[in-house]
Every structure is written in C-alpha cells, then in structure tokens.
Design a protein around this ligand. Structure first.
Ligand SMILES: [Zn+2]
Ligand SMILES: [Zn+2]
Length: 233
C-alpha cells in the first residue's frame, strides 16, 4: 500500500509499505479521510514521532471503511468507522476508573500515528475495542474531526460554564475553534454566551474568522463572539 512516511525534519515521503495483515483480532480499515493534528506538525518539524524515532506514518484523526472486521462480529466489510487513537492497558488505576484516555501505561504502548503506523496510509490496523461505527449523517471529513472535537468537548465540559458567563478561549487553532463551537452548542437557544477567542497570528485570525462564519457563530442571537487579535512579531 502507499503511505506517507516521516523520514526526517520537515521531510515526508510517499512510499510503498506492506499492508497490515488481517489477523482475526485487529480491524483493518481502509482510510478515507485523515486530519493533520498539531502533534503531527511537531513531529514533522522534528522529524521523529513520540518515541523519538524517524520513519513514522503519522495520522491519528481519521475515518475509513472496514476492510477486515477482525474479531468484531458486529462489523461488516465496507461499514464506515472511526477509532480512538489510543492503546490503554485496561488494568491501571485510570483505566479501571473509566479514564482510558489518560492510561498510566498508555504512552509506553504502541499508539497509532504517534509511535506506531497511523492513517497517512491506505490501510490501518486498529485494536477492536477502539473502533466506533459511524452514522450516515456524518461525512468522512467530519468523522476525521471526531477526535479533536472530543478533546474540545471535554475542555468545555470541564470549564463548567454558567448562564451569562463570558468565555475566553486562548488560541484560535482547531481545538480553540472547536471549543467555541461546543460552547455554542451547549448554550444554544436558551442561554447567552460571549466568547472571546484570543488568536496569536494574522493567519490564525483569518482562519478563526472563516470558521466562525462557517459555523454561523457570529450571527447567533444569544451569542456574542469577539475575536481579539494578540499578535506579536
Ligand atoms: Zn491529535
Ligand atoms: Zn491503563
């Protein structure tokens, strides 16, 4: 299969690698969309993955179609899925209390797109319990945003925003913009919310403005959005 490999600092190569093999356990997914995470940009800059080694196939925000359902009897070839790009141990204190995303052993395990092959490739192999089916109402490109959107939802939930609160979102990158989107969804139709997104560059300012327009965030009657540029040179 074709894959994009990180072969050095700021160096990506399109190469041919061996397909992941069906093994009766893991799920083989044919990738149809993949996002570029902020972590990918750091890896690209440094030329190495999370483990400090070159040769990584990045990509952990993705969706695709089941190519081989592994041990998941509820999945069929061709079904659309996404996956949690983590590999929790299942037995540590955090895993046992339902916080697999901060598994104490997680960073030592192979994590797709971070220190093991990710989704900048035609196929990816994922452990069965991390795979989630997608409804038809979600497009492939939207589904590739599920992971960062979940991060933003978690942040907004933790912030415990109340009626009439002003919200400051520092940083106008994808996570910041998604926080603004979730804040709007949380407060839609019944509450008033002011969001001030602090952006740190002219490029970010333009991107945030575009996204806010795309999500119609500026025009919602109960919400006032301020984008405050904080630009240093
Ligand atoms: Zn990410
Ligand atoms: Zn764990």
């Amino acid at each position: 299969m074709r894959a994009v490999v990180l072969s050095g600092p700021k160096k990506l190569d399109l190469i041919h690698v061996k397909n992941p093999e069906p093994d009766g356990n893991n799920i083989m997914i044919r990738v149809t969309a993949c996002g570029i995470c902020g972590s990918d940009l750091h890896y690209w800059e440094l030329g190495v993955g999370m483990d400090g080694l070159p040769g990584l196939i990045m990509g952990h925000e993705f969706c695709g179609m089941v190519h081989d359902p592994g041990n998941r009897l509820d999945l069929k070839k061709g079904e659309r899925v996404t996956a949690l790009p983590i590999n929790p141990c299942g037995v540590c204190k955090n895993c046992m209390t339902g916080h697999q995303n901060i598994c104490l052993n997680g960073l030592k395990m192979p994590n797709p797109g971070n220190n093991s092959p990710g989704a900048y490739a035609e196929y990816i192999s994922i452990r069965p319990d991390m795979v989630r089916k997608l409804p038809d109402t979600v497009s492939d490109r939207e589904a590739a945003l599920i992971e960062p959107a979940s991060v933003a939802l978690h942040a907004v939930t933790l912030a415990d925003i109340r009626i009439g609160d002003s919200v400051l979102i520092t940083g106008g990158g994808p996570i910041g913009v998604l926080c603004a989107v979730w804040a709007r969804i949380h407060f839609l139709s019944k509450r008033k919310i002011d969001i001030e997104a602090l952006v740190t560059s002219e490029i970010q300012l333009e991107k945030v403005q575009q996204t806010f327009e795309q999500f119609d965030l500026k025009n919602h009657q109960n919400m006032k959005v301020l984008i405050r540029p904080f630009i240093y040179h």
